[in-house]
Design a protein around this ligand. Structure first.
Ligand code: ATP
Length: 212
């Protein structure tokens, strides 16, 4: 069965925490491909510092640096909030039922799952891959403890419906920290690809507003 991994995110900006995790998941689960899917209109958070087109461009620049990752821009094609369940439905329509889908989530995103639109449908469409995230010491909600007990698996065997917890090289990098560094005039170099940092500098992203 073909195996496709999906890492959705705001990617404001994309950084080595995302990219290293993506490569390690692809290798550990022997995926045929892993797609980064930038979110156009994040339903759960404040407006990003960069536009959807700028965040997509940064992901394109990052995957262009090698590593064999792909970009999927379908959420930018939709004129509505970027609900993951609808993204998975559209991927199922495109790829068919015989492909195993693996939706990758960091621990923080997984703990927030019960707030997502139609979250209980997600496992009908894909497997979940949960990654540890250093510096995010969040308590998992009860409802997810039950789900983990019922659906956890060591080895991916199905096209959907399983939860796989993986450990990977822990990288305590967040987009919030990178935006804060840039906003303070400090350098985020070596937390993200050089091509993405050059783009941030050329576009003047994440700098404090000069009107303040
Ligand atoms: P922000 O700080 O703006 O919230 P972020 O760094 O968490 O951003 P997102 O684009 O929100 O980045 O993350 C997309 C996905 O990648 C989420 O599932 C998140 O948990 C995961 N992720 C982000 N950074 C890491 C990291 N350093 N290690 C593991 N997973 C990560």
């Amino acid at each position: 069965m073909r195996r496709v991994g999906l890492l959705g995110g705001t990617f404001d900006p994309v950084h080595f925490g995302h990219l290293r995790s993506a490569i390690e998941v692809r290798e550990q689960l022997q995926l045929d491909e892993l797609r980064l899917i930038p979110c156009a209109r994040p339903p759960h958070r404040d407006m990003p510092g960069a536009t959807a087109a700028q965040r997509l461009r940064m992901v394109e620049l990052a995957v262009g640096q090698g590593g064999g990752l792909q970009v999927d821009d379908r959420e930018l094609q939709r004129q509505r909030p970027s609900y993951t369940v609808e993204t998975l439905e559209s991927l199922r329509l495109e790829l068919g039922a015989d492909v195993a889908l693996f939706m990758v989530l960091g621990w923080d995103a997984f703990c927030g799952l019960p707030g997502w639109h139609r979250w209980q449908d997600l496992l009908e469409l894909a497997n979940l891959v949960v990654l540890q995230r250093p510096d995010y010491d969040l308590e998992v909600p009860e409802v997810l403890k039950d789900l983990l007990a019922a659906r956890s698996a060591d080895q991916p065997e199905r096209s959907h419906g399983q939860i796989i917890c993986l450990s990977q090289t822990p990288l305590a990098i967040s987009a919030t920290h990178i935006r804060t560094l840039v906003g303070n005039g400090a350098s985020p170099r070596f937390l993200l690809p050089d091509a993405v940092l050059d783009y941030i500098e050329n576009e003047g992203l994440y700098r404090p507003s000069t009107e303040d």
